[in-house]
Design a protein around this ligand. Structure first.
Ligand SMILES: Nc1nc2c(ncn2[C@@H]2O[C@H](COP(=O)(O)OP(=O)(O)OP(=O)(O)O)[C@@H](O)[C@H]2O)c(=O)[nH]1
Ligand SMILES: [K+]
Ligand SMILES: [Mg+2]
Length: 439
């Protein structure tokens, strides 16, 4: 598999459709299009063409074709789009012709990988493209689109440029210590490092919202047997997803449903009622309930209003929990449980469920909702930036200019791994631009 092959792939969804789009990229794209369609249309303007089999000259389809000469294409290479009639036989015939003309099927992500390699986007933008395709909700779409359009690339690219400048200053201070360059270069680098570190730390202190929005929230419903957990799950999604019965210990496995609130995808998990008794199977269910609750971004801790709060469930009253007093139709619900305000609800009558939905929506928005800021979205981003912060701290406290220099270099490498680009040439450019050393 060579990166210089001409590749093709179905860009539209698989199966029957009105239109199917085959995308071709690589240096032979133009020649392949000419062999199949005759005259090339003007760049980036759709043209109607008969596509012919290169061997038999049989017409395979009448198609709209587009010609994108590089570098002004998605991949940066010469590219072609074929808008075909969307039947499987048409697609297969045209794909066969493309193969006969020397193109090969693309691997997963290969178009975007080429776009990255050709400098059309940085790594974070490429990730944004992947997220955009995977986006299930409005808020996810917005976040992914922003990243695909280069919001993180711009932010991190700006930091890399500043870091490069700091390194250049530091290097100049070492190299030209005898010359009449400003003697406070080291101090300036140190101050600059502290400023940059502060900005990156502020970016990191986002409560994990971007990552949570990308992955979706996990909300676990926890409580004693018969508190009404499964009834609540069903009432919240408006379907009989989980089995409800008057027998304690009905739910054994974790039952999960997907929903979206505030544009945030949520997995709502109903779990086995917490208690010491029960058979082996129920105990395994309870173990799973606890482990799901531990992973959860938010726990709905459910008590039955007509029962004394049990110690087992009271342990799950905390800062990441929302306390519910269910069965409020039976008795007046306590205002507080375990020292925390309890929301009175009834899965049976639906009372309080609107308030619960509003509280959940609020939490979803707070934990992961859409933001105008460019948020980091992957653990990879967090790890790299945390490393940059540590190196900047080292640069600030370095006892020798050479050590500060090394720390700046390491910070730049970490940032370069994040965006997928960093070069020594950049550093040389800045040194010469800033100080006119050859003069
Ligand atoms: N009156 C009243 N009954 C309810 C309410 N919610 C649930 N129930 C009843 O309480 C019983 C238990 O409900 P479930 O939803 O199965 O309770 P659970 O917490 O999932 O129970 P386990 O799965 O056994 O842990 C059923 O008979 C429900 O009909 C409510 O708000 N009011
Ligand atoms: K039950
Ligand atoms: Mg249940």
């Amino acid at each position: 598999m060579s990166a210089t092959d001409t590749i093709f792939a179905l860009a539209s969804g698989a199966g029957r459709g009105a239109v199917a789009i085959l995308r071709v990229s690589g240096s032979s794209s133009g020649a392949i299009l000419a062999a199949m369609a005759g005259r090339l249309p003007a760049p980036r303007v759709a043209g109607l063409r008969r596509l012919r089999d290169p061997g038999t000259r049989e017409t395979l389809d009448q198609a709209l074709v587009l010609w994108f000469p590089g570098p002004r294409s998605y991949t940066g290479e010469d590219s072609v789009e074929l808008h075909l009639h969307g039947g499987p036989a048409v697609i297969a015939a045209v794909a066969g012709a493309l193969t006969a003309l020397g193109a090969r099927p693309a691997e997963a992500g290969e178009f975007t990988r080429r776009a990255f390699l050709n400098g059309r986007m940085d790594l974070t933008a490429a990730e944004g493209v992947a997220d955009l395709i995977a986006a299930e909700t409005e808020a996810q779409r917005r976040q992914a689109l922003r990243q695909a359009n280069g919001a993180l690339a711009a932010l991190y690219g700006g930091w890399a440029a500043r870091l490069t400048r700091l390194l250049a200053h530091q290097e100049a201070a070492i190299e030209f210590a005898e010359d009449d360059l400003p003697t406070d270069l080291c101090d300036r680098a140190r101050t600059g490092a502290a400023g940059l570190r502060g900005e990156i730390e502020a970016h990191l202190a986002d409560g994990g919202r971007g990552e949570r929005l990308r992955e979706g929230l996990l909300v676990a419903i926890l409580g004693a047997p018969n508190a009404g957990k499964s009834s609540l799950l069903n009432a919240l999604v408006g379907r009989e997803v989980a089995i409800v019965s008057a027998r304690a210990g009905t739910t054994r496995d974790v039952v999960e449903v997907r929903l979206a609130l505030a544009g945030v995808p949520i997995t709502l998990a109903d779990t086995a009622g917490l208690r010491e008794a029960g058979d082996e199977i129920e105990q395994e269910g309870i173990r799973r309930a606890r482990s799901r609750a531990e992973e959860a971004d938010l726990v709905l801790t459910v008590f039955a209003a007509d029962a004394t709060p049990d110690a087992e469930t009271l342990r799950w009253v905390g800062p990441d929990a929302m306390v519910l007093a269910n069965k409020a139709d039976l008795v007046p619900a306590p205002a507080m449980i375990g020292g925390v305000e309890a929301l009175a609800v009834s899965a049976l009558t639906g009372a309080g469920l609107d308030a619960l939905r509003a509280r959940l929506t609020e939490s979803a928005a707070r934990l992961a909702g859409a933001s105008d800021a460019a948020l980091l979205t992957r653990p990879r981003h967090r790890a790299a930036l945390t490393e940059v912060v540590a190196w900047l701290g080292d640069a600030e406290t370095a006892v020798m200019p050479e050590l500060a220099s090394e720390a700046f270099r390491a910070a730049l490498r970490a940032l370069g791994r994040l965006t997928g680009r960093v070069g020594v040439e950049d550093i040389l450019d800045v040194v010469f631009a800033d100080f006119c050393i050859g003069k």
